[in-house]
Ligand binder design. Structure first.
Ligand SMILES: [Mg+2]
Ligand SMILES: [Zn+2]
Length: 184
């Protein structure tokens, strides 16, 4: 079986610009790209796990989201590292676009996207990691049976914490994310 690092997008891989659909505003977090390259060298699949309720809310389309992801992949490929898979949840229970306005099983903190990715890619969840900047990411990773890292960069503001939402590790930057994963 394979091992993976599941990665939140907004506020973790790239700077959080709420509901952004403009590729020009994509900015990778400091040292994220070289850390991804280090993780790839250590045989981890790199899989994006992202809530994109802007689709359900009518702020942008699936096509616009795909364009964002193409730019992310293009930028990464310049550094010889790419995401192996991109999973996103387009839903929200209080959306505007009917087909995406549902109470789904894939919006984090639910683990649906991680479980789907694991099944498709034959991933050993117990030897895999979820990395995110808020505790909903941690809860999703814990629920899927992954090890979890909170990138504590100020984006979590509510701190609703309980056993299910407790990260295995809390770090401040991408260098520490890569070190933590490689050494645990
Ligand atoms: Mg985030
Ligand atoms: Zn969903």
């Amino acid at each position: 079986m394979k091992k993976a690092v599941f990665i939140d997008r907004d506020g973790t891989l790239i700077k959080d610009v709420p509901y952004n659909a403009k590729p020009a505003l994509i900015e990778f977090m400091p040292n994220a790209i070289k850390s991804l390259a280090a993780l790839k060298k250590n045989k981890f699949l790199l899989i994006l796990i992202s809530n994109q309720s802007g689709i359900a809310r009518g702020f942008f389309t699936v096509e616009q989201l795909n364009s964002m992801h193409e730019v992310i992949q293009q930028t990464l490929s310049d550094f010889n590292v790419m995401l192996d898979e991109i999973y996103y949840c387009p839903h929200h229970p209080e959306g505007k676009i009917e087909e995406f306005t549902i109470e789904c099983e894939c919006r984090k903190p639910k683990p649906g996207l991680i479980l789907e990715a694991a099944k498709k890619n034959n991933i050993d969840l117990n030897n895999s990691w979820m990395v995110g900047d808020i505790l909903n990411d941690v809860e999703a990773g814990n629920a899927a049976g992954c090890k979890t890292i909170l990138l504590n960069n100020g984006n979590e503001t509510e701190w609703i914490i309980n056993e299910k939402r407790t990260p295995a590790f809390t770090v401040e930057n991408w260098i520490m994310i890569a070190q933590t994963i490689v050494s645990n």
